[in-house]
Write a protein that binds this ligand. Structure first.
Ligand SMILES: O=C(O)C(=O)C[C@]1(C(=O)O)C=C[C@@H](O)C=C1
Length: 360
């Protein structure tokens, strides 16, 4: 005899009561961990431990919940437990509703203290000054390429990368009305304008495109003028009471942005090896023939794969460049350590930006 809806709901209520007891038992244990960490003066946030917890549970998961569900649920549980130990302040390019905020929430879970900043420069400054323990900055977009400002700021910053996360970026045209009629200007961050270039050319070819400091700032401004539209997330639209005049207007349906999680080395040292790690470096080589080729040789020799190679001008006026390199692996692995040692010996400038677990 199949159970009735009421019976099934009674069953769910009972399980929820059990979960409530268990979750609070877990939180009390985390509280005790927090006391030990306070006494030791050691960091609250341990990304490698959180990765271990999630990987372990995914491996043991009998279903029907999917591995992704397990990751989401436990990221939130650990976020709440972490906040009981000590709330973590996280800086990102604000205001509320930006993709940077969504990336911060995806990485840390929702139990954080928000430190929205007016620019990427300000995220670096706030994190280096200790206003926030962690910063989340965009580094690369799958349509538009590198976020040059972030890469340039890494060069002189004391912050290092301790994690990464990547976000599917879906842009919407937001305004007070839900039509495309009577729009005089589209306001957005230059990156978003570029990611929607084709759609804007097709649908609003004559309309002015105005660059503003963030997409959410564009949404805030669009809420004050019926002739303006913004390009931003649904969340930003809800935040400022705007309609979605057009959904998913980015030129690439799979448009993603990768974000780096940064902090001072004294806040959190480089995470231990998780099994799926990445080393990010900035190097420069003497300006002579074959120098760029030479830096790739140690990687080939020691069997280390390079997943990223970007260049940025050194601003010396001499056509010199800094190279931003991502390698797969962890310096605790002998072949990675050997490749890094040989590479360093060839470089005029060598800076390890961070060693961290590969993100989702
Ligand atoms: O194991 C720890 O160090 C904890 O503080 C517990 C816990 C968790 O909730 O599982 C919480 C925060 C850390 O980032 C890692 C894990």
């Amino acid at each position: 005899m199949p159970k009735t809806l009421a019976e099934l709901r009674t069953g769910i209520d009972q399980v929820d009561r059990e979960l409530l007891v268990l979750l609070n038992r877990r939180a009390a244990l985390a509280n005790e961990v927090g006391e030990i960490k306070r006494a030791e003066g050691s960091p609250v946030f341990r990304p490698e431990r959180e990765a271990q917890v999630i990987n372990g549970l995914q491996a043991a998961n009998p279903g029907p919940l999917k591995p992704d569900n397990i990751a989401h649920v436990w990221r939130e549980i650990m976020s709440a437990c972490r906040a009981l130990e000590a709330p973590q302040r996280v800086a990102y390019l604000g205001p509320a509703g930006t993709f940077s905020e969504a990336a911060a929430l995806q990485f840390f879970g929702s139990s954080i203290e928000h430190v929205p900043c007016v620019s990427i420069d300000e995220v670096f400054r706030a994190t280096a000054a200790g206003t926030a323990e962690y910063g989340v900055v965009p580094v690369e977009n799958s349509t538009e390429g590198v976020i040059a400002r972030s890469l340039d700021l890494f060069l002189g910053s004391p912050l290092h990368i301790v994690g990464e996360t990547s976000l599917l970026v879906r842009h919407n045209l937001l305004r007070q009305q839900n039509t495309l009629e009577g729009i005089e200007a589209v306001l957005a961050h230059p990156q978003a304008l570029a990611q929607c270039h084709g759609w804007l050319n097709n649908h609003l070819p004559e309309v002015e495109r105005r660059a503003v400091s963030s997409n959410a700032e564009g949404a805030r401004l669009a809420a004050s003028n019926p002739k303006w539209a913004a390009i931003a997330s649904e969340r930003a639209g809800a935040e400022f009471g705007l309609h979605i005049a057009a959904h998913a207007i980015q030129d690439d349906a799979f448009n993603r942005t990768r974000f780096a999680v940064v902090c001072l080395p004294q806040t959190l040292a480089a995470p231990e090896a998780s099994g799926k790690d990445c080393v990010s470096l900035i190097v420069s080589v003497p300006n002579r023939p074959g120098a760029v080729h030479d830096i790739l040789v140690p990687l080939k020799l020691h069997g280390v794969s390079m997943t990223r190679f970007e260049s940025r001008p050194a601003r010396s006026g001499q056509w010199e460049y800094y190279f931003y390199i991502d390698l797969q692996g962890h310096p605790s692995q002998p072949h990675v350590a050997a490749a890094l040692k040989d590479l360093q010996a060839l470089c005029a400038f060598y800076k390890v930006l961070g060693t961290y677990p590969l993100g989702e």
